[in-house]
Design a protein around this ligand. Structure first.
Ligand SMILES: Cc1cc2nc3c(=O)[nH]c(=O)nc-3n(C[C@H](O)[C@H](O)[C@H](O)COP(=O)(O)O)c2cc1C
Length: 237
C-alpha cells in the first residue's frame, strides 16, 4: 500500500504469520514520480522520492526488515520501462521485484503505469526483459477485470514468460467480494503461482481464496491499521 507499507509498517505485521512482505509501491522513473506528485497534491499518501534516491531508499527499507526478521521481502514498483525494475532487482537483500500493473489512479494510468500496463501491446516484451535480467524473483501484480483486458490471456502470458508469482487483486466491479471464479479459472488453466488478493479479512476468507486455487494470499486493507484481527498461523494448509 503506497504511503503505508514501508519497513516500519511491515515489521508490525510479520508476527501475525506472514512469510513475505511487500513494500511500496515505489515510483522508479521520472514519469511515475511526476504523476505521483499530482496525486500527493490532491491529498493521497504516497512514497515519492527523487529519482537518484529511490534505489537507496528501497535498499535501506529492505535491510531494516532483514536485520530484524528472517522473511521474504518484495518491492512493488511502478515503471514505464523494464530498466528501473531490473536495476532495483540488484539490491542485494531484495528477494522479489513486483511489477505494478495494478494502480488505477488517473495520473499513473495517464503516465502509462499501473493498470494501463495491461493494455500495452509491448507488455510481453517488457515482462520478458525483466524476467531475463532481474537478479531477484519476479512478481506481476495485476488488477483483475480491467475493461478491455483478458485476465486469462495475461495470466498465460505471465506463466509463459517465466514470471514467478502472479499477484491478482481479484476485484470485480459491483461485487463486494473477491472474484473467486477467476482465481479458479486461472489456477485450472495455468501452472503459475497465484497470490490471491482482495477482501481477505478473516481466516475463512483466506481459506476460500486458497480453496479457489491460489497458492498464497495477500492482505492489504484488513492490515491497514498495522495489526490484524486474526492470526494467519491458524491457517490449515
Ligand atoms: C491505501 C492503499 C494503497 C495501495 N497502494 C498500492 C500500490 O502502491 N501498489 C499495489 O499494487 N497495490 C496497492 N494497493 C492495493 C492493495 O495492495 C490491494 O491489492 C487491494 O487493496 C485489495 O486487497 P484488500 O482487499 O486486501 O485490501 C493499495 C491499497 C490501498 C488501500
Amino acid at each position: 500500500m503506497a504511503g503505508i507499507t514501508n519497513a516500519e509498517f511491515a515489521m508490525k505485521l510479520i508476527p501475525y504469520g506472514f512469510d513475505t512482505v511487500t513494500i511500496g509501491g515505489y515510483n522508479t522513473d521520472q514519469e511515475s514520480i511526476d504523476a505521483c506528485e499530482k496525486i500527493i497534491a490532491r491529498g493521497r499518501k504516497e512514497f515519492n522520492y527523487p529519482l537518484e534516491d529511490v534505489y537507496k531508499v528501497i535498499e535501506k527499507e529492505v535491510d531494516t526488515i532483514k536485520e530484524n526478521f528472517n522473511i521474504t521481502v518484495s518491492a512493488n514498483l511502478r515503471a514505464r520501462s523494464p530498466e528501473p525494475i531490473v536495476k532495483i532487482s540488484k539490491i542485494p537483500n531484495l528477494d522479489i521485484v513486483e511489477i505494478n500493473c495494478h494502480c488505477r489512479q488517473e495520473e499513473l494510468v495517464n503516465a502509462g503505469c499501473g493498470q494501463s500496463m495491461l493494455l500495452r501491446e509491448d507488455l510481453e516484451d517488457y515482462i520478458k526483459e525483466v524476467v531475463k535480467n532481474a537478479d531477484a524473483k519476479v512478481s506481476m501484480k495485476i488488477r483483475a477485470n480491467v475493461e478491455g483486458v483478458n485476465n486469462l490471456e495475461i495470466a498465460k502470458m505471465a506463466d509463459d514468460c517465466g514470471v514467478d508469482f502472479l499477484h491478482i487483486d481479484a476485484m470485480k466491479k459491483g461485487v463486494m467480494d473477491a472474484d473467486f471464479d477467476l482465481i479458479r479459472e486461472i489456477a485450472n488453466e495455468t501452472d503459475i503461482f497465484i497470490i490471491g488478493n482482495n477482501s481477505i479479512n478473516s481466516i475463512q476468507q483466506a481459506e476460500k481464496m486458497l480453496n479457489a486455487g491460489a497458492s498464497g494470499i495477500s492482505i492489504a486493507r484488513a492490515a491497514i491499521k498495522g495489526r490484524l484481527d486474526f492470526d494467519l498461523n491458524q491457517l490449515k494448509l
